[in-house]
Design a protein around this ligand. Sequence first.
Ligand code: ADP
Ligand code: MG
Length: 703
Amino acid sequence: MIPEMDNPLKKPVQFLKGVGPKKAELFAKLGIRTVADILWHIPLRYEDRRQIKTISQLEIGRTVVVRGFVKTANAIPRRGRGMVFEVLFSDNTGVVSATWFHFSKKAMEKRFVLGSEWIVTGKAFFNKYRGSKSMVHPETESVTSDEELTQLGQVIPVYSLTEGLNQRAVRKVVKSALALLKEFPDFVPEPINRSFNLPSLTRCIKLIHAPPEDVSFAELNEFETPEQKKLIFNELFLLQAGIAIKRNKAKVDIPGSSMKVSGDLLDKIRTTLPFKLTDAQERCLSEIAKDMSQNSPMNRLLQGDVGSGKTAIAFSASLIAVRNKKQVAIMAPTEILARQHYKNITALLGKTQVCVKLLISGMKEKAETLSQVESGAAHIVIGTHAIIQEGVLFKSLGLAVIDEQHRFGVQQRADLFHKGDHPNVLIMTATPIPRTLSMTVYGDLDISTIDELPPGRIPIETRLYTKENRVSAIETIRSQVVKGNQAYIVYPLVEESENLDLQAATVMFAELQETEFKGMVLGLIHGRMKGAEKDEVIERFSKGEINILVSTTVIEVGVDQTNATVMMIEHAEMFGLSQLHQLRGRVGRGTEKSYCLLIANLKSGSPACDRLKIMEGTEDGFKIAEADLAHRGAGDFFGARQWGAPELKITNIFRDQDILKKAKKAAFLLVDQDPGLDNKANHELCSTINLKWRERFQLGEIG
Ligand code: ADP
Ligand code: MG
């Protein structure tokens, strides 16, 4: 073993040639701090420079690499609106144009000096206006030094970058890190590597950064070489080991913490509800009741589509706790939503003696509420982040409910948990997580799913319009308003953005009021408004004083208006499908047929348009989430990253299902045999988990 301080892999990146304090800072932005980190900076894809084409050989529709000189470089007006930057590259066989839509003119002019030579990689199409072959936003790299030229006959890795770092700089630094690499310590114990016949980690790291000449380019770009698969295995194994440890730790036994959940109690709770629970709700409730009757605290995710009736379940679980003389905290992401829960739950509790309190910041009666929470006089506390603030002390918190969990960070979840002594935790989400993802993201939770909507729901009719047909959508809104119903119009942004000529809610509000909806009452609500202003608008909408509510996505959660029958979404292409689905769930809550009108700034038949078509075909949140996930990738899935979902650098959850299963099995078996990772063979694993996952998983020190 190499002594710690001499281990070059553990040295800061600045240790490498060509990395000064400034570059080190840029690398830090990419999460790269040490030499080992730079070696784990896995290429996004590869470029095949063994085959540079001449411009005349460019094939339409294929990604190719050409080499040419800058002939012209200008900002030119774009058909329609704005400017594009265009560079003409030529070699002795022809000319190809390259265009950029988002650019700084100054920077571009400085970059593409007339006569300079470039390697240009992109997908060519035929630009009929120019009458030539074109590329949009191609990758460009200047050919300026001999060192670059030597790379021409190779397969070149392409890395993710940050402003101020280019491919060349990263490649150079990686190269000097590789030169220091003797052995990369592997946290996967040797017997596991052997049993799956995995190549050595050191070999893998070398191959991904410097592929040998005879590598299969297709395999490499599909991440299908045995070396890449080994790296994927490692990433998933580490994650699964973390999850396994977390699960183990959560299985603590707190003697005397179990709650009594008799059939009588459940019957009583049922009679409090104004409706009969659906079968799916019953199943989820019994799963929760079972958890709560154990000495080991519940750690459960309740997932169900918008309107599937999660609140009733949270309410029932709350009553179980209250009847067992324990307090309940329900935390919601917005004030609007917290107030709505408060209103609904207060109404349900009616004549009972249960004391429910609302806790949001800036409240007048806050001091009084706090003392009631502390004395135990308040049984159920519903609120926003205000609940996890320092001064909030519970006498005996027995159940913590988190609504719309994806809006909270890991730390906030942990803070709520620590308001009690191992309270039961119930997390609710309306964004059903595809099974493929739940194994990684929610690996440490038990999952209950409400997969059935309450009876009597009338399906929502969803229609996709292009901009040209927008008038018919407007007509639908007008006719619904005339019938006495209400409508939402949602815009993606608050203010006009420079690059994307979006119609923003604020601007359109005024325009709509003057034109298409003259004579109707419009209201405006957006994220920059103060809480009280928002409340007032929502209040007027609830009372029916506003016919059409123009809004940004603030209404995504929390407005429950049965009289609203139209949801029109402008620039639907800007939204994720799951988000559209959530928005759609704001209508169809009453007894009348509802409409969801998606206005897309797209050509019909385009792939982006096909993606939106899914919305017309289904109201099944699971199907929509799968499609969304497939489109956007796991990293972006509904802010998964933001709340602490593991950051997977090389894994693609869809592609790598098989590896995931293997890694999971191996990791769980290992943690089962050595829960504290005390075996010498598991030391590297132990220290890596401590380094990478401890904070994310709230593991406490292990080993
Ligand atoms: P979620 O929070 O899952 O989006 P809610 O709990 O707000 O859904 O329920 C949506 C609506 O359905 C509410 O008006 C609620 O009263 C009603 N509801 C819930 N469960 C049932 C049921 N079993 N039968 C009839 N209506 C129900
Ligand atoms: Mg809800």
